[in-house]
Design a protein around this ligand. Structure first.
Ligand code: NAP
Length: 246
């Protein structure tokens, strides 16, 4: 049985890393996926090529989620073509690390703009669509850094903590409409996001994880599918850790 047959799913950052795995997992479960990417057309083309027969259920859109007009145009287009929305996965995110005392204000702003304001803009329009059907699942991809903090990641941690506060508040606003809103919090996951770490850093971080390895994008995707499922109807305002026991 395909759990997401006939469902419309929006995934941001759909063509690389965790978002790519989430997109493929939903497609394999029968969903139609509307995937957003930003700058990397090559990854978008590669995903389409790798989808084979599932390609007919994947629609890719270039959109900067931190740009209100671009987000509005994206939703106008999908409302015309698909008329409903079942699941939104706010996955797109960036990091621009620096110690706070040395951090450029532009790097503070761009991380907050994309990770937090982008999630807000995407969720705002999604809620309006989901309310019409009195059903929906919104999943925000946060990080353990939101509550642990991490030297050099004040901007990133603030954006991810903001997502959790937004999630818990929105969950209370939409509960009566049968729209659940949750966070998934992945630990160290093997994607381009970890590029730039030295061999020593990788070893040290792996040693911090009780399971002693980094996670895979597929392991995060499994959790997203669970919380996006119809059976997860009593889970809202929650943060689900996928981090090997951090
Ligand atoms: P990734 O491989 O670097 O991919 C990031 C994705 O976000 C790309 O598809 C990128 O699109 C998209 N994106 C960036 N800026 C965007 C914008 N302005 N508008 C639309 N899309 C944009 O990252 P990842 O590791 O898969 O991470 C996915 C999420 O998981 C992020 O929110 C990250 O904070 C979170 N997370 C990751 C880890 C980890 O260890 N990997 C741990 C905890 C949390 P383009 O490629 O087209 O530019």
């Amino acid at each position: 049985m395909q759990t997401f047959q006939d469902q419309i799913v929006v995934v941001t950052g759909a063509t690389r890393g965790i978002g790519r795995a989430i997109t493929l997992a939903f497609l394999n479960q029968g969903a139609t996926v509307l995937g957003i990417y930003h700058t990397n057309r090559q990854s978008a083309d590669q995903l389409l090529a790798d989808c084979h027969d599932l390609k007919k259920k994947l629609f890719l859109f270039q959109c900067d989620i931190s740009n209100e007009e671009e987000v509005a145009s994206f939703y106008q287009e999908i409302e015309l073509k698909f008329s409903s929305l079942d699941v939104l996965v706010n996955n797109a995110g960036i990091r621009k690390d620096a110690f706070l005392a040395l951090m450029q204000t532009s790097d503070w702003r761009s991380v907050l703009d994309i990770n937090l304001t982008g999630s807000f803009l995407m969720a705002k329009q999604a809620v309006l669509l989901m309310m019409k059907n009195k059903y929906g699942r919104i999943i925000n991809i946060t990080s353990p850094v939101a509550h642990l903090g991490f030297a050099g990641q004040a901007n990133y941690a603030a954006s991810k903590a903001g997502q959790i506060g937004m999630t818990r508040s929105l969950a209370k606003e939409t509960a009566k409409k049968k729209i659940t809103v949750n966070c998934i919090s992945p630990g160290f996951i093997e994607t381009d996001f970890l590029h730039g770490l030295s061999k020593d850093q990788i070893e040290a971080y792996k040693n911090m994880v009780p399971i002693r390895r980094f996670g895979t994008p597929q392991e995060v995707a499994e959790a997203v599918l669970f919380i996006a499922g119809k059976n997860a109807s009593y889970i809202t305002g929650a943060v689900l850790d996928i981090n090997g026991g951090l």
